[in-house]
Ligand binder design. Structure first.
Ligand SMILES: Cc1cc2nc3c(=O)[nH]c(=O)nc-3n(C[C@H](O)[C@H](O)[C@H](O)COP(=O)(O)OP(=O)(O)OC[C@H]3O[C@@H](n4cnc5c(N)ncnc54)[C@H](O)[C@@H]3O)c2cc1C
Length: 598
């Protein structure tokens, strides 16, 4: 029996309508038509695709996996039909401009749609995530001719896109890429091997558009010598007609811990005469162009983490309500109870729920900032929103995917021994989640990005803006009656102080001794996720309190929002102080230990 998935529509709706505020979204030029009806209709339909079309294929797809036979990758049964339904519904182009056949909807709506699809069937939905990144890279850096030729089919989903960076010697160190590009008339010939390429080949669509980093003969060393090429699986004529097969093929598929349905390919470019590639962006300007795709995908991978956390939570919660084991501590003479009665199981479930809600609020707030950065008319707010997106991107990628590992594992813990047995399906989110902290730039690389680029480059100004906003919000908590908000006020206040102090410390250290900053970049990123996630959760609690006070009819839902934020304040926010202590003191041993002592 496939494991059901229930789209968390009420939680998503609460963030969009209360935390972001649809009126703010509709105030952006181009989004005037956004209304509650549209949001409910889009999310409701997307929820159906996720729950009724994607989710039922998830565990069967995991068991069967993608297969490479006679040079062709075949997807598990049902995947082609599910992808077709997704494309026919126009979902692939949801946030893309109408110019290219998209729906022109905001990221604030597209991101929740992505969450539901990833939660339902990440093995399939990964393909759609890569498409969006490829579209954005071509739209931003492609020539008019390339856009006309490739975007309509990529936007509709008739074709899919891939990203090709990794080679055996070039993983985190992208500058070590050796794939070659040679000029050939107006085009280029690409030769070399790429490894670990997600959806490098499949049978969902008739064509696949690879974005490939390669090096021209006269290119400088390192990342500054990389150029980005658009390499179609089948060549495309000027009228968009499909031509001959290009010189590119999937050589083998990786055998993986999870994500079995997603084909991870070793790709050979140019075994014969060289694969024909079209330049995207400028020669030697490949990294800038690829970063457009990578930034999109980094946030997308964070959303994959969010989706898997939600999936694991739903499974654990449902199991905890049915599995009978042991007696209630308070009623030792009564019959054994379902495990949700045991305090430690409740603690685990709340740990999962509170982190998911904090992560979701953080991610969707960033989606709104993306919308502002693209649609605001005044330069000031536009730039400020982009700065916020830049600051939050590594946090969303790394904090959400570290959490995904922790929380999907906790889901297995709630199941007990049955969680370790594949038949229950509790292990799949955990296996699928493991790579999220690795691909799209490992979380170590994200922590470095946060500290060295996003913090140090502007002397901590972007972080200071966010901290000032958090400080301004804080007093609103103490004005509320009852001890829930007093607890939130105290713990959030400490977390803000911890983040401010360690942020200033780390900005200083980047200049004095980069290794010291790098040694504690990961706990700093964790601290930032902890504090900023708490900020958004406390805002949600405050809004829920206002709704309760005005007599809203979903009192249980709103009360749970306040209690979840209180749990986060008591159990999660206090870690900020400990993390700040680690940031300031922790680099010494990391750097001093002799290699031989490891
Ligand atoms: C299932 C799967 C799908 C993938 N899909 C794609 C894809 O579609 N396209 C693509 O191009 N690639 C893809 N990848 C590759 C992925 O992006 C890389 O695996 C990842 O970037 C890490 O590179 P690596 O594996 O070589 O690890 P390494 O770079 O060897 O890293 C090993 C360890 O060293 C650490 N490390 C390395 N350098 C530094 C540093 N400077 N500072 C701090 N720590 C460092 C890393 O954080 C990590 O912990 C995929 C990988 C997998 C497993």
């Amino acid at each position: 029996m496939p494991i059901p998935y229930t789209p968390p529509l009420a939680d998503i709706r609460f963030i969009l309508t209360r935390l972001i505020g649809l009126e703010h979204l509709a105030a952006l030029p181009g989004y005037e038509a956004i209304s509650l009806d549209i949001v409910d209709a889009v999310l409701g339909e997307a929820g159906k695709i996720a729950a009724e079309i994607f989710a039922p294929l998830n565990d069967a797809g995991d068991r069967r996996g993608a297969r490479l036979m006679n040079g062709i990758v075949s997807m598990p049964p049902g995947f082609r039909e599910a992808y077709k339904a997704f494309v026919e519904g126009g979902w692939n182009g949801l946030p893309v401009s109408e110019t290219w056949g998209g729906q022109g909807l905001p990221w604030s709506i597209a991101m929740p749609v992505q969450e539901m699809l990833q939660a339902a069937n990440l093995g399939l939905a990964l393909c759609t995530l890569l498409n969006q990144g490829a579209i954005e890279a071509i739209e931003t850096h492609g020539s008019e001719a390339l856009k006309q030729k490739f975007l309509p089919k990529l936007v509709s989903g008739a074709w899919t896109g891939t990203m090709n960076l990794t080679e055996p010697q070039a993983g985190s160190d992208v500058g070590a890429v050796r794939c070659k590009a040679e000029r050939d008339g107006a085009d280029y010939r690409i030769t070399g091997q790429k490894i670990f390429i997600s959806y490098g080949d499949h049978d969902l669509t008739e064509n696949i558009i690879h974005l490939v980093l390669a090096r021209l003969p006269d290119a400088p060393e390192g990342t500054r010598g990389l150029s980005l090429f658009l390499v179609p699986k089948f060549l495309v004529g000027d009228q968009g007609t499909m031509g001959a097969a290009n010189d590119v093929r999937a050589v083998s598929l990786e055998h993986k811990l999870g994500q079995h349905a997603s084909p991870t390919c070793v790709m050979a470019f140019g075994d014969k005469r060289g694969a024909i590639g079209h330049l995207l962006g400028a020669e030697h300007g490949g990294m800038a162009a690829m970063f457009t795709m990578m930034n999109n995908a980094r946030i997308g991978v964070g959303i994959q983490g969010l989706g898997l956390m939600e999936r694991a939570y739903q499974q654990a919660r449902d199991y905890a309500k049915t599995r009978v084991q042991s007696r209630d501590l308070a009623k030792p003479k009564d019959a054994p109870v379902t495990i949700i009665h045991h305090p430690d199981v409740r603690r685990m479930l709340l740990w999962m729920k509170a982190h998911i809600e904090a992560a979701r609020a953080l991610a969707y707030s960033c989606a709104f900032a993306i919308d502002q950065s693209r649609h605001a008319t005044d330069e000031g707010p536009k730039k400020a929103a982009q700065t916020r997106v830049d600051l939050l991107t590594p946090v969303i990628k790394a904090w959400l995917t570290d959490l995904a590992n922790e929380i999907t594992s906790m889901g297995v813990q709630v199941f007990g021994g049955m969680g370790y047995i594949e038949e229950t399906g509790a292990a799949q989110p955990m296996r699928d989640a493991r790579v999220l902290a690795i691909y799209e730039g490992t979380n170590g690389i994200q922590a470095n990005d946060l500290v060295f680029r996003k913090l140090a480059r502007d002397d901590g100004a972007a972080l200071k803006d966010l901290l000032d906003e958090m400080d301004q919000f804080l007093p609103a908590l103490i004005k509320q009656p009852g001890d829930d908000f007093a607890a939130m006020h105290g713990h959030l206040g400490n977390a803000i102080e911890s983040l401010r102090a360690s942020g200033s410390w780390i900005v200083k250290k980047v200049k004095e001794d980069a290794a010291v900053a790098a040694a504690v970049a990961a706990p700093f990123l964790r601290l930032m996720g902890n504090a900023v996630g708490g900020y958004y959760l406390c805002q949600s609690a405050l809004l829920a309190q206002a709704d309760l006070a005005s007599g809203a009819d979903d009192a249980d839902f709103l009360t749970a929002k306040i209690m979840t934020a209180r749990f986060y304040a008591d159990h999660v926010l206090p870690q900020a102080i400990a993390l700040a202590a680690t940031v300031v003191a922790g680099s010494k041993t990391v750097l001093a230990m002799k290699e031989s002592a490891f």
